[in-house]
Each structure stands twice: as structure tokens, then as C-alpha cells.
Ligand binder design. Structure first.
Ligand SMILES: *Cc1c(COP(=O)(O)O)cnc(C)c1O
Length: 362
């Protein structure tokens, strides 16, 4: 791919190492540049890296009215050798195309996506925060740009990548497990719908449930399937629990559950970590019973942002609550987190192909 570099003048970009004086928040900061590529006349073209700035879209752009947009979330890490490595970025590229198919968006060659991510990181590599537990969060996204009020797939699209230097999700470590609301009032996705795509609209549709959860002191809803029988996921992370025999159980992927790369990676690593991981449909009544009778000893969520979010309590609309693992962070959760972040940061040997070095190009 021939990328057009339209970089900021040196005087306007970061020229020194980035040493933050306090823990960086997640996803707030930006770097100097962004990647753009446009879809027009049946092909993706004009790949370029330009200064980070606002973009213009027509007021009638399809994305603004009908929400035809998808995104990805990945991370890169700086190792002790000073090099920056993306983590399983090929999985993100593949999933982007899966989402594209579901939203009727033209696919982008996976190698092109990966190259675009690496080229952008290369240009802004000095933005990697020198801070324990930090990462460069990578946000690729595609949105529909055609100016048309008719409901049909757009004829034109824009693919962009932005980067966010981020501190550790839990700056003080796992101090406090989170709380989830179990409710039949909201559902994230319906069979045959867009639940298995990383679609922007899925998140718009989850906001009301999230606000409702906060009224109960919970950070998010644990979604059930439309018949309120099975656990699905928590909206931005998959759900898991650990049984007393030490098995990590993740709800089976259906078309109403997003295939978390973190979940898949934990499954791939089970042998190395020395844990059992399985996927099956998880009945909510059996889950509640298991927590009550002590057969379920830990629970939490898997997702790129935090890797693992331990859950210590489930609340219900009637005000009752269910505590899991004494509301403390359990041994399995800690072990998975340590191993996983060890691989990402280069302290534990990674499986072949999981980490890709960002080569110097400019
Ligand atoms: C992104 C996302 C996750 C987590 O997936 P990872 O690949 O592990 O980051 C889980 N659920 C939903 C709905 C998501 O959009």
C-alpha cells in the first residue's frame, strides 16, 4: 500500500518521550496523527496519514441518520527493548470484516488494515506513554458517508484509525470488583440481529440500560437472551465465571454475543496458564444457584480495555443482591490477568504471531 504522509511540521508534533506525571485515563488522549482511507467507485483508495483533526461529513451522510458504522478496539505495548508491538491485531482486522459483512459495508483486506495500524503507530511512536501498565489503544472504524436519505447501504465510506495513549485500566490494581445489574427489562441483541458485530448502534442502544444500571450502583447490565433464560454478556465485555473445580466458563458464542478476542485468547492460553476453559450456554437460574451454593467462586468480564474486570456482586431490580467470591478478586482472575498482561508486555513468551513489531518506516 502506498500511503500518502501529510505529517505535521516537526515543530508541532511530539519530539520527545512521553512521560506522564500521573496515571493516564483510558481513551481520552489522542496522538498527532490519524489514518484515513476512502471507499468510492467500488474500491478502497487514497490511504493517507494526516494531522489529527475534525472531519467533514455531509449533513445527509447515512451514518448520521441510520447509523451504518462499525469499529474495533486493540492495543499496542512497548517492551523493554524499546520496540512497540501490536497484540493480535490480525484478529481485529478479521473481526472488522465480519462486522462489515453484517452491516453491508465493503471489506478491507486484512493485511491493509494491519499495515495501516502499524504505519500510524510508527509515525506517532513517541506518544507511547512511559508508565507502568500503559498501552496505546487503537481505534479503527468505518462509517457511511453517502449523502442520501434513502435507507440503503451507502455507496461511499471512510475508514479511519485514531490512537489513544492510555494508562492502566486499574491504576491501583484490582482493588474493587465491579457490580452488575441482572434485569429482564433490557436486551442488547436479538437473534438474527447485529449483536455479533461491533456496530456503533449496539452501543447507542445500550446507553439507556447502562444509565438504569447506575441507579442500582451497578456499572453495567449483565444481558440475558431475549427469553431471559441464558446469560449473554455485559455489553462491552464477555462474561465468565469460575466453578469450584477450577473451570472457567464463558457463554457459548451465538449471533447475540460479540466474539471477544480476550475470551478467545484466554481459551487459547488455557494450557499454558494451566486452567480449564470451556464454552457452554449458561442458564441464569443455574448461575444464581451456583453462586448461592458456593459452586461458582469467581466471575467477571473479558475485554480489551481492562483485560479482566472482576465482578463481586450482582444486583436485581427488587434490591436483592448476590455476592460472588466474598466480593474479592479471586485467584483465577489474578492468574489469568498476570499471564495475559505478561504476554502483552513481553515478560512472558507469546504464542507465535500474537505480537507484531511496529517497524520503522519514516
Ligand atoms: C469489544 C466488545 C467486547 C470485548 O471484545 P474484545 O475483543 O475482548 O475487546 C465484548 N462485547 C462487546 C459487545 C464488544 O463490543
Amino acid at each position: 500500500m502506498e500511503i500518502d504522509y501529510q505529517l505535521k511540521p516537526k515543530s508541532q508534533r511530539r519530539t520527545e518521550e512521553f512521560v506522564p506525571d500521573k496515571p493516564l485515563p483510558f481513551g481520552v488522549l489522542r496522538t498527532d496523527h490519524m489514518f484515513i482511507m476512502d471507499y468510492k467507485d467500488g474500491e478502497w483508495k487514497n490511504p493517507r496519514i494526516v494531522p489529527y483533526s475534525s472531519v467533514e461529513v455531509a449533513p445527509g451522510a447515512i451514518v448520521l441518520h441510520y447509523g451504518q458504522a462499525i469499529f474495533e478496539g486493540a492495543k499496542a505495548f512497548q517492551h523493554e527493548d524499546g520496540e512497540i508491538y501490536t497484540f493480535r491485531i490480525d484478529k481485529n482486522a478479521k473481526r472488522m470484516n465480519r462486522s462489515a459483512e453484517i452491516l453491508c459495508i465493503p471489506k478491507i483486506d486484512e493485511e491493509v488494515q494491519i499495515e495501516a495500524v502499524h504505519a500510524l503507530i510508527d509515525v506517532d511512536r513517541l506518544w507511547f506513554p512511559k508508565q507502568e501498565g500503559a498501552s496505546l489503544y487503537i481505534r479503527p472504524f468505518i462509517f457511511a458517508t453517502q449523502d442520501s436519505l434513502g435507507v440503503h447501504p451507502s455507496a461511499t465510506y471512510r475508514f479511519m484509525i485514531i490512537l489513544s495513549p492510555s494508562g492502566p485500566y486499574y491504576p491501583q490494581g484490582f482493588t474493587k470488583p465491579i457490580k452488575l445489574l441482572i434485569t429482564k427489562r433490557f436486551h442488547r441483541a436479538a437473534p438474527g440481529g447485529t449483536g455479533s458485530a461491533k456496530a456503533a448502534g449496539n452501543y447507542a442502544a445500550s446507553l439507556r440500560a447502562g444509565e438504569f444500571a447506575k441507579k442500582f450502583g451497578a456499572s453495567q447490565v449483565l444481558y440475558l437472551d431475549v427469553n431471559n433464560q441464558y446469560i449473554e454478556e455485559a455489553g462491552a465485555m464477555n462474561h465468565f465465571h469460575v466453578t469450584s473445580d477450577g473451570t472457567v466458563v464463558i457463554p457459548e458464542f451465538t449471533d447475540t454475543i460479540l466474539r471477544s478476542i480476550t475470551s478467545e485468547s484466554v481459551m487459547d492460553l488455557s494450557g499454558r496458564i494451566g486452567i480449564n476453559v470451556k464454552q457452554e450456554r449458561v442458564r441464569i437460574d443455574e448461575f444464581v444457584e451456583g453462586v448461592k451454593n458456593g459452586n461458582i467462586i469467581e466471575a467477571g468480564g473479558f475485554g480489551t480495555a481492562a483485560v479482566i474486570s472482576p465482578v463481586g456482586e450482582y444486583v436485581f431490580e427488587d434490591g436483592s443482591s448476590l455476592v460472588v467470591g466474598n466480593n474479592e478478586v479471586g485467584e483465577y482472575t489474578k492468574r489469568i490477568y498476570e499471564y495475559y498482561t505478561g504476554i502483552q508486555t513481553g515478560k512472558v513468551e507469546a504464542p507465535q504471531g500474537w505480537l507484531k513489531k511496529v517497524e520503522k518506516r519514516v
